[in-house]
Write a protein that binds this ligand. Structure first.
Ligand code: ADP
Ligand code: ASP
Ligand code: MG
Length: 461
């Protein structure tokens, strides 16, 4: 069995979906389990719907729901023109959007939007896309059975970022898939969407469909997990901000996990973890160029050493904690981290000096409580104008001169913190947000563009 996950751009419109279906058709002999995201930009629209509901602005929310219904109905019509399944697919869209309208109406009158309600709203994109694509596949002669991800992907009740219950998932996925596969050529389910044990809808965090695919792959002990997206694979940097990036043909699980964790949006940060548990290769492939080689993410010992990629995080928080009391006092760090742990705030980078601890973390996290608790025994300074750049590669610690070369390319900006991961897979720098884009380009240029990457002739000396 293989898992094939198609992201938003791979299912953005009828043309993309037809292409996606033909890719699946070429893999039917490998028993694909298809995982789909919402159509491109639909989750953003659902966020706007939930914001309007929270603001009790029913008129705006209704306008957005009309647009949602129109886009999906038009898509179903285009894909299913002339098919007896067309009416059924359109009726399903009307039913889902109608339920959403009622639910949003109730939230507006209540005037309170809990995370539980929000997860219900923003998961509707995957519910809509998977229904339409399932019909479109059946209409094209591929007998495809539909699975509700909530019956198999079980998470904690942190509704907007559910933590997977690995043992429930491992038990349920094979059962649900085996049952759905009876008499079918393929089976399809939703990415991103999950459920608590009590059956309440949760989601896996933005970009979470990749994670759904790898959880399913793990539970099925799949032969491979394919992440189909809109780029030719994992690249040396984000092609949206860096010109002249190159495709990486193979990287290790560890490198891919670090890249994703340190900002490369091509994969959800948690995608690699389940794959590693069963040593399942993950392929990143381009649905617009299905013949392309893509990137293979494999076990560490099959990957050569060296710099692979530069990633960045634009929205980070730099927290500086000052206290003379930490000098020579054991237990200070423990006290600090107990606070982060209590409020479930996770930290990326850390560096300490005698009377100061600097930490970076994702800027979307709510840290008010953490700052309050820390302020009881230390001076705390929060800086939101910083960004983080990470150079990633296996055993980069062995590349003499890497730090010097990277620092040379960062010569035009202030560097507030440098941190080398204990895993020797990444070195990260904190710079001003305003200079980040240019700095990423410079670092990339220095490390990749001025050397012959294919022959492995690294510029680093
Ligand atoms: P999908 O909707 O298929 O999940 P995403 O937009 O989440 O697609 O991820 C693919 C995008 O990730 C690419 O279009 C690219 O702009 C971005 N990206 C960021 N860093 C990298 C990288 N190092 N390699 C490839 N793509 C990257
Ligand atoms: N649709 C969700 C999002 O946009 C999940 C995903 O695409 O992976 O975040
Ligand atoms: Mg994605």
């Amino acid at each position: 069995m293989i898992v094939m996950k198609f992201g938003g751009t791979s299912v953005a419109n009828a043309e993309a979906i037809v292409r996606t279906i033909s890719i699946v058709k070429g893999r039917l002999d490998r028993k694909p389990v298809i995982v789909v995201s919402a159509l491109s930009k639909v989750t953003d629209l659902l966020y706007r719907i939930s914001d309007s509901a929270e603001a009790r602005d029913r008129k705006t929310a209704d306008g957005y729901i009309d647009a949602l219904a129109e886009r999906h109905t038009a898509l179903a019509r285009e894909l299913l023109q002339g098919s007896p399944l067309c009416d059924e697919a359109c009726a399903k869209v009307t039913e889902i959007c109608g339920e959403l309208r009622d639910f949003v109406g109730a939230v507006c009158s209540l005037g309170e939007l809990t995370d539980r309600s929000k997860a219900r709203i923003i998961s509707r994109g995957e519910w809509l896309s998977s229904n339409i694509i399932c019909h479109a596949m059946n209409a094209r002669g591929i007998v495809t059975h539909f699975m509700d991800a909530r019956e198999m992907i079980i998470t904690s009740d942190t509704y907007m970022k559910g933590e997977p219950d690995m043992s429930e998932i491992s038990r349920r996925v094979p059962e649900v898939v085996a049952e759905a596969y009876e008499g079918a050529d393929a089976v399809i389910t939703q990415g991103f969407m999950a459920s608590t044990l009590k059956g309440e809808t949760t989601v896996l965090g933005r970009g979470g469909s990749d994670y759904s695919a790898s959880l399913i792959g793990m539970a099925l002990d799949a032969e491979r997990i394919e992440i189909w997206t809109d780029v030719d694979g994992v690249r040396t940097a984000d092609p949206r901000i860096v010109p002249n990036t190159r495709n990486i043909s193979r990287i290790s699980f560890e490198e891919a996990a670090e890249m994703a964790h340190f900002g490369a949006k091509v994969l959800h940060p948690m995608t690699i973890e389940p794959a590693v548990m069963k040593n399942i290769p993950v392929y990143v492939l381009n649905s617009m160029n299905p013949e392309g080689e893509g990137t293979a993410i494999l076990q560490n010992d099959r990957i050569e050493d060296g710099v692979k990629s530069v990633s960045y995080k634009e929205n980070i928080l730099l927290l500086n904690i000052f206290s003379t009391r930490m000098i020579n006092v054991s237990g200070f760090l423990q006290k600090v981290f107990a606070i982060f742990s209590r409020y479930k705030v996770s930290v990326d980078l850390i560096s300490t000096s005698e009377a100061n601890i600097s930490l970076t973390m994702d800027g979307n996290q709510d840290i008010d409580e953490v700052v309050k608790a820390l302020s009881e025994f230390a001076e705390v300074d929060v800086d939101r104008d910083k960004a983080q750049i990470s150079v990633i590669g296996k055993n980069i610690v062995n590349l003499r001169g890497l730090l010097k070369q990277t620092m040379t390319s960062l010569k035009d900006c202030n560097v507030y913190m440098i941190s080398q991961g204990a895993s020797f897979v990444n070195i990260s720098f904190v710079v001003d947000r305003a200079s980040m884009q240019n700095a990423v380009r410079e670092v990339h240029k220095y490390l990749f563009e001025d050397r012959d990457y294919e022959s492995g002739d690294q510029r680093i000396r």
